[in-house]
Design a protein around this ligand. Sequence first.
Ligand code: DGL
Length: 275
Amino acid sequence: MSHTDRNAPVGVFDSGVGGLTVAREIMRQIPEERIVYFGDTARLPYGSKSKDTVLRYSRQIVRFLRTQEVKAIVIACNTASAYALETVASESDIPVIGVINAGARAAVHATKNGRIGVIGTVATISTGIYTEVIRTMRPGIEVFGKACPLFVPLVEEGLFHDSVTDEVASRYLSVLKEKYIDTLVLGCTHYPLLRSTMRRLMGENVTLVNPAYETALELKDLLKEKEMNRDPAAEMQGEQYQFFVSDLADQFTNFATAILPKEVKETRKINIEEY
Ligand code: DGL
């Protein structure tokens, strides 16, 4: 059975390029692992869609990734983690993890004054999932959520350092600055790409939490515990990292090459509605 093959790849997916921030962390922390990445660029953004729709999309992507014989799946998207992780994981016989538990855990460790801000898509913030998970980990912590719907299109347009991004970010973040938070969770996998803008606006005293780091660690521990970590000496059989999207493959390739440690040679476009 393919899923018990410890040398099989890990499936990673997001609505677009945001999950590359998680893939990048996996590449850094577990460089021997193979990755099959899927970005649902035809149907992005997820953050303004309903739970039913995001669940349907997530199930299709899981079915596609299974055709690539992945041994585990990382939902590298907060919105899909909030809306679909529980269901998709319960339907799966291979491990499926999301990014929210990891992000919440890192924030709980980081805060000193017990006041945490969380930014994310409208969907993620409206579920209140970060508040719930953080308070389960440590009751009494104050969590302030703020939806930042314009960040995803700004990132997808590559406007990382731009006056428009500065203006939008300063409007969103001013609400959180007033709450005297000492920790800010970047609760959307696109947002770490705007990190320098946020750092500047929030100041040096606020810890910025990127859940990608903890997610990669969680994956590493999980694979080890289940004895599913790849044997570094095993033959690679094809490209170590493979990329698939539902639209605009060339644009994705350029983007991925800009943010990943290794050049991305090819991205394949598939029709996700077939799965
Ligand atoms: N990157 C995704 C997240 O972490 C979603 C972005 C979107 O498609 O709205 O929530």
